[in-house]
Design a protein around this ligand. Structure first.
Ligand SMILES: C[S@@+](CC[C@H](N)C(=O)[O-])C[C@H]1O[C@@H](n2cnc3c(N)ncnc32)[C@H](O)[C@@H]1O
Length: 216
């Protein structure tokens, strides 16, 4: 795992950056600091963000199809780190696969046997492939954001935001989404004060219901 513990790093931030694009891959956003683990074309800073973010006073942080690549405890620490590097009142926007959509579209108990063989593989692929570590639904992602100190949490549609700086950012395929059940969750939250008790509770529940069971 090797994540920092979500507390402020000792090093001096190397940059005051306005807009961070995390796990940018090759989807560079002009005018943003595009950060990725891999030195892909368009990446400005190669960094493992599980080691913390060397930035401060950011206006916004954006990550598309990234959160699900972190183990859930690392993901919580990442949210805390986003909170830390944002300026007061700064905003975080995330887009991540929607567990409700995966469940609804990948598996039907009443399907014919042959179809169910394929569905079993596809459902497992959604959980395990592409480096996925944890798939989120609204309930747990909303709770995590609030526990990590974000308020005004709001669910958004693809490319749309009340804030001009967060409009038109998503690049991923929309798969002809039904607006009632989109394949991604897109959410924004504003930096507020962290609620440490809520976070402790969430961490404890995640440990009890999930993390403690991973080692067999
Ligand atoms: C599924 S890709 C998404 C890329 C792009 N955001 C997009 O929507 O197409 C996930 C990206 O996150 C990057 N990534 C995964 N773990 C990371 C980490 N710990 N620190 C920084 N980047 C990471 C990967 O290298 C990859 O480029």
């Amino acid at each position: 795992m090797g994540f920092f513990d979500g507390k402020q790093k000792n090093s001096t931030p190397s940059d005051a950056a306005a807009k961070l694009h995390i796990g940018s891959g090759d989807k560079r956003l002009e005018g943003w600091v595009n950060i990725d683990l891999l030195p892909l074309p368009g990446v400005d800073a190669v960094a493992d963000v599980t080691q913390g973010l060397d930035y401060r006073d950011c206006e916004v942080v954006f990550a598309e199809h990234f959160l699900e690549h972190l183990a859930v405890d690392d993901a919580l620490n990442f949210l805390l780190e986003c909170h830390r590097v944002l300026a007061p009142g700064g905003w975080l926007r995330l887009s991540t696969p929607n567990l409700d959509w995966v469940w609804d579209t990948h598996y039907r108990v009443e399907a014919p046997a042959e179809e169910k063989r394929l569905m079993a593989m596809r459902l497992n692929r959604a959980f395990h492939a592409w480096g996925h570590q944890f798939l989120w639904n609204r309930q747990i992602l909303g709770e995590a954001l609030e526990a990590c100190g974000f308020d005004e949490v709001r669910w958004c549609t693809y490319g749309e935001s009340e804030l001009p700086v967060l409009q038109g950012l998503e690049r991923h395929e929309t798969y002809g989404d039904d607006p009632r059940l989109t394949h991604v969750l897109i959410v924004e939250g504003r930096k507020s004060t962290a609620g440490s008790q809520r976070l402790q509770k969430l961490r404890a529940r995640l440990a009890e219901e999930f993390l403690n069971h991973l080692d067999g």
